[in-house]
Design a protein around this ligand. Sequence first.
Ligand SMILES: *Cc1c(COP(=O)(O)O)cnc(C)c1O
Length: 483
Amino acid sequence: MPDTVSVPQASIPQDSRRRLPSVDRLLRHPSLQDAIAHHGHKTSLRIVREILDAARENGDSPQMPEDEDSLAQQVLTRFAAWQRPQTREVFNLTGTVIHTNLGRALLSESAIDALTRVARSPVALEYDLDDGGRGDRDDLIEGLLCELTGAEAATVVNNNAAAVVLTLGALGAGREAIVSRGELIEIGGAFRMPDIMAAAGCRLHEVGTTNRTHPRDYREAINEDSGLLVKVHASNYAIEGFTKSVDERELAEIAQAAGLPLVVDLGSGALTDLAAFGLPHETLPSDVIAAGADVVTFSGDKLLGGPQAGIIVGRREHIERIKRHPLKRALRLDKLVLAALEATLRHYRDDDHPERSLPTLRLLCRNVESIHATGERLMDRLAGRIDGFTLELADCMSQLGSGSLPVDRLPSVALVWHSTHARRDERERSLRALAARLRGLERPIIGRIREGALWLDLRCLEEAHEATFLAQLDTLHGEETSA
Ligand SMILES: *Cc1c(COP(=O)(O)O)cnc(C)c1O
């Protein structure tokens, strides 16, 4: 985005415009020759023109001095910005490990290898290598998914929201979906259960109350228009106190007695018991399948630690119906994601310690002593480095994020910057300015302002990235800028 201020033409003194060099002359400026050789003529010409146009519009305003050296410098700055991808890598020090706005799970090295391997080459995606005929791309990971969840069959789509819409559409369109009022949730990014049901063509039949739903509520709701029973994992909130819900086993019995399928939207799809690593227990797809659910859906890029995907497992007759739905073709996975998902799932099947090879699990399992050690090393380098702020190391709590285990939090350690301004409004302004400067770095550092300070939760800063992090902060200048 050009950083220019428009000034009415009439106000520009003629003589200052005349002082601008020509496009050709600026292109010949000695300091630009390496960059021009690197970027090529087409891009160089475009950028030089843009800089000169901006200078012309700005006349002799103080922000836009137009001597040739400074114009050349502006061209170089624009070249640097031009090269920068729009998908920027950042440091996620927000304290939310699986952060939807920051791209959720980080892939394992073998998933990254798989993804680049299939990007370079044709692959047998929908091709049967035994008979040379057409194959089904879902077959590439169905075996793994069935083994890991105990389901009979599996299919995959673009994300879990798609998995839910497709499942409801295939199994319940035109009929009633029975769901507890306590589970009519909204998940960030405009995923609201009632809207999803409507989009799938199901009529919502709410049962129970917000805090309590009983087996009889479901039984009494079943009628000739019922299509399915739905249970939604209340991802991002918890109902506490006087509560009652019906578990999957009981619900599966009710559904089976009525001849209706039970669909469970689990949200985060942990494939290993997190309690073994000191994390809160999360229901596994295999638990829900074992309890008798007919179809279970979950995300690929939450607790599973893989690429964005929606995984659907369950009884073969239902999975076949889901696969025959016309939307399946529109929501299918591409070869890159399929390859990364396969490699991710293999960790769970083959590794003794999937929580070490999968970065997202590794970050979640990271112990507070290791985070503290990172903090101590950084304090040595950073204390007193930014004028107008004091820095301390403080205990904090990280969250899993993306709707997983909403109330459970993980002890962690943060770098905390406090403004030294006396006045509260000045402190707030300078904190916002500091946060903006950190976001403005070549590799932005994203923290959180709370309790009158800027917090950088160090859980997601592993030792391997400490040097890059410090190098970024080295480029931060000492003076305070305004927000
Ligand atoms: C996260 C979540 C979804 C949406 O999954 P995406 O993979 O983000 O599309 C749906 N249902 C539940 C319960 C969730 O937690």
